[in-house]
Design a protein. Structure first.
Length: 196
């Protein structure tokens, strides 16, 4: 059980450290793009896609028109819209391709990535850095050296640190959007699914 507890601590530490590097101006710009857009599209691959879907659901609860890329009810993206692309590496082909297509159609590009200088980061209008495991950490096979150095990121496999920090950041952003839009939890409950 020690590995599980250490893993939880490493994840919590990564989330806590987000407070130190998140930029208020970038976050305000991010929220402005979301509230100014006619429609907000979200996309992510794998577990990042699940984070995107969770955020889209909360946007819908706020009364913001939100769509998940790839779902059958998602309309065409246009120049009044924005897309939020979530990719730790910023190089996932399907995500970068969707962002490029969106940009060609005049939509604004928002991104969450651990690599702001990635292909996704470079084409984004607003990019929020979310720390995850670095490539060097992911490739480092020297377990003992990492432990001596106090580096426990190996306890957060693959994209776990990025994905969970992104999820918590976006849930925190919903609180800011609630405040900005003058919404209460009761307002959100009115739009919550009842056909379950």
């Amino acid at each position: 059980m020690e590995l599980m507890k250490s893993s939880i601590e490493a994840i919590i530490e990564n989330v806590k450290e987000a407070e130190t590097y998140l930029d208020n101006d970038e976050i305000n710009n991010f929220m402005n793009e979301i509230t100014d857009a006619e429609n907000v599209f979200v996309i992510g691959a794998g577990r990042s896609g699940l984070v995107a879907k969770a955020f889209a659901m909360r946007l819908m609860h706020l009364g913001i028109s939100a769509y998940v890329v790839g779902e059958t009810i998602s309309p065409a993206i246009n120049d009044e819209d924005c897309i939020l692309a979530i990719s730790g590496s910023g190089e996932t082909n399907t995500i970068v391709s969707a962002a490029k297509t969106s940009k060609k159609r005049g939509a604004r590009i928002l991104s969450l990535t651990s690599y702001p200088e990635s292909s996704l980061g470079k084409i984004s209008d607003v990019s929020i850095y979310v720390r995850g495991r670095t490539k060097a950490e992911a490739d480092d096979k020297n377990y003992l050296k990492r432990q001596i150095d106090g580096n426990y990121t190996s306890l957060t496999p693959l994209g776990t640190a990025f994905e969970l920090t992104s999820l918590i950041f976006l849930d925190g952003l919903i609180c800011e959007l609630m405040n900005r839009l003058g919404k209460t939890e009761n307002d959100l409950k009115k739009r919550h699914a009842v056909l379950e």
